[in-house]
Design a protein around this ligand. Sequence first.
Ligand code: MLT
Length: 209
Amino acid sequence: MNALEPFIHRFEPATAPGQAPLLLLHGTGGDESDLLPFGLAVAPGAGLLSPRGRTLEAGMPRFFRRLAEGVFDEEDLTRRTHELADFVEWARAEYRLPAPIALGFSNGANIAAAMLLLRPEVLSGAVLLRAMSPFEKPPAAVLDGKPVLIVSGSFDPIIPEANAARLAATLVGAGAAVAHRSLPTGHGLSQADLRLVRDWLAERPALAA
Ligand code: MLT
């Protein structure tokens, strides 16, 4: 696929004014429809932009290649992060959108974290669900108080808590306003995630478009 072609995606226009749109980024094996119900539940009325990852692993869409579970092909990650950031810029012009808040789960959260570090201007904030550090040596970034919510699962078999804590420390070091919460759950999303994200977004009217 040509890097300049837009990603396969779904776009649901806002039905209520004054909220930043959400950029929904699915997990491994998901697609552009996966997180729409979650987005609708946490930000009713907000515009929703939901691309499908362009990498396939055994037929499962992802946003970038990995060498093993939790071991990333960082060259591919960097290239794919820029492609995705370019797509968001394309979509902002096409649909007349302000900078979105990324809401990513698992693989989608990891590319959202990479985008915060490599192309911070593209996002107005981020919600990272079951995220880990995308880079062994994170690039220097200036996040200037950008709000970020990280939600980990304390029984997550895929993401060690120390790894998510390292991501939080990286983002804090870059100047982001980070809230890192841990829920008594595993890798999958729960109702508690939904409530946490909804409340965090509602407390941030400054993110409104
Ligand atoms: C990743 O590959 O991004 C993480 O291992 C999470 C996953 O998608 O399983």
